[in-house]
Design a protein around this ligand. Structure first.
Ligand code: ZN
Length: 313
């Protein structure tokens, strides 16, 4: 998921929103890598979820997508005459993992993922109710992948790269022997991802960005929109963007103690009222990280309802 609008307010990231794949059509983007768009566009999913088919003959499907009948049928049609051996899931949001059960039932392939849906930290007052948060709580991978685990297919090898932050169980998949990484919702060309407690964690997210900068892959195929080219440079922009947002929060708190609505009003000038709540959780993600690092203080655990002040200032 990804709310384009409020994160686009600072245009310091070289976003690429060109993407005109027709839903249900298969496109080969690299030798042995096909993609297909699901027709579930929204402010959070851009044009929709992108599913990938890796290999030829014996294939893996990466992110089967939501429970969308036309998409599931088109995916199965795309691999007709082939054998699906693996179903890989980047994370358990409802636009990515629910179709896994259907693809599994139709093909007998096993599902692979980091684990069941879970929040990044214990729930606190003001957190979004679980049933509204977009998590797919039904998905449980047959095979649990840890960081660095290798999945071997016929003619392809994939390395699991734990990349928590957008969700606690987020994985990227490196297609070994190529320059390709399937980046899920962690890094996308069209927008930054939502990092929103309790599912998301800003400190995990920043560490996961630094982790990708240290890896060799240079082209990312994300869960929404087109490929990220020159990926290391792009990820560096992501990191700078979040540090800039953190600086804005610290500058506001330097003027005096504040609650999250006041911080949002000061930092997101001219924000669409429908996005105020999402912006508040994004600020909370930063405040949790800043509190962990001893830069800000609040009463008790950081929550959406707390008041925050600068430490050591
Ligand atoms: Zn997501």
């Amino acid at each position: 998921m990804s709310p384009s609008d409020f994160v686009h307010m600072s245009d310091d990231i070289p976003f690429d929103r060109s993407f005109d794949l027709v839903p249900g059509q298969v496109e080969e983007v690299r030798p042995g890598v096909r993609r297909m768009l699901c027709n579930n566009p929204s402010p959070f999913t851009f044009k929709g979820t992108v599913s990938y088919i890796v290999g030829r003959g014996h294939v893996a499907i990466v992110d089967p997508g939501p429970l969308d009948e036309p998409h599931i049928a088109a995916l199965l049609q795309a691999v007709r005459g082939e054998t699906v051996t693996h179903i890989l899931v980047t994370h358990t949001h409802r636009d990515h993992s629910p179709a896994a059960a259907r693809i599994k039932a139709a093909t007998g392939a096993k599902t692979y993922g980091e684990g069941a849906h879970r929040p990044a930290r214990p729930l606190r007052t003001g957190d979004v109710p679980r049933n509204e948060a977009g998590g797919d709580v039904d998905f449980n991978p047959d095979i649990v992948l840890a960081d660095g685990d290798i999945v071997d297919g016929a003619g392809w090898r994939i390395e699991a790269v734990t990349t928590p932050g957008h969700t606690a169980n987020h994985l990227a998949f490196a297609l070994l022997g190529t320059d390709v990484l399937f980046s899920g919702d962690h890094v996308m060309a069209w927008s930054t991802p939502v990092v929103s407690p309790p599912d998301g964690s800003m400190s995990d997210y920043m560490a996961s960005l630094e982790k990708l900068v240290g890896r060799p892959e240079s082209i990312y195929f994300p869960g929404h929109g087109g490929a990220v080219m020159d990926a290391h440079r792009f990820v560096s922009h992501y990191i700078r963007h979040r540090r800039g947002r953190e600086q804005s929060i610290l500058q506001q708190l330097a003027k005096g103690e504040a609650d999250i609505p006041a911080l949002v009003a000061a930092i997101y000038v001219g924000l669409d009222p429908r996005l105020v709540r999402a912006a508040g959780y994004s600020v909370l993600a930063h405040l949790e990280d800043l509190a962990e690092r001893g830069r800000v203080a609040t009463q008790g655990a950081p929550s959406i309802e707390g008041r925050y002040r600068l430490l050591g200032a």
